[in-house]
Design a protein around this ligand. Structure first.
Ligand code: FER
Length: 190
């Protein structure tokens, strides 16, 4: 049945890049309320995450609990769009091959996240528990070794327990692993 399908030739292994992504949906002039926001939130499955929107095109995050407790990433390129005055959506792929799409509602302090984990992360989450920026080549090697499939899709709602404005390109917001933070940091509520 698939006789007409040519086998795909082995592809050269590409380093991670977002150069092929257009970012044309991103309209920085509509994102004033969202850029600079720092959120701490807990998914209904108990996973506790933190995100900082550092610019209209980039974000930092840190994982306090869940499959990848201790993982953190700074200045990852994201696609951020305004949905309504209260709601924004942010989507991106990581060098690991994990893809993420998050919707934040500042009005009711709820969010919804969809995470698409490649199978290698589902099997071996420990390998990705690093400050990713310092382990790019290693993460790309794991991504290329795979397997990708079956993708583990996690889709969960979360309550935002802490929300503040930190301005743009603030390197102090997320600057260490969750395991190095003072006690009580992530349980703050406002
Ligand atoms: C989130 C859910 C998942 C999030 C990040 C991820 C920034 C995952 C990223 C990864 O493991 O690479 O809410 O917030």
């Amino acid at each position: 049945m698939l006789d007409h399908v040519e086998p795909i030739a082995a592809q050269p292994i590409e380093p991670f890049s977002t150069e092929h992504e257009s970012f044309k949906s991103t309209k920085p002039e509509t994102l004033g309320r969202f850029v600079g926001k720092h959120f701490i939130y807990t998914y209904e499955n108990g996973w506790h995450y933190e995100t900082y929107i550092r610019s209209a095109y980039s974000a930092d995050f840190r994982i306090h609990s869940g499959l990848l407790t201790g993982r953190w990433v700074t200045d990852t390129k994201v696609h951020l769009v305004r949905i309504t005055d209260d709601i924004c959506k942010m989507s991106w792929c990581e060098p690991t091959g994990t893809c993420v799409s998050l919707l934040f509602n500042l009005g009711n302090r709820r969010m919804h996240g969809t995470i698409f984990f490649p199978q290698w992360i589902a099997k071996n989450p420990k390998e990705a528990i690093v400050h990713e920026n310092e382990h790019d080549a290693e993460m790309q090697a794991f991504r290329n070794a795979g397997p990708t499939y079956p993708t583990m899709v996690i889709d969960e709602f979360a309550d935002i327990s802490f929300m503040e404005d930190c301005g743009t390109e603030n390197n102090k917001v997320i600057a260490c692993s969750s395991t190095e933070l003072p006690k009580g940091y992530a349980s703050r509520k406002n």
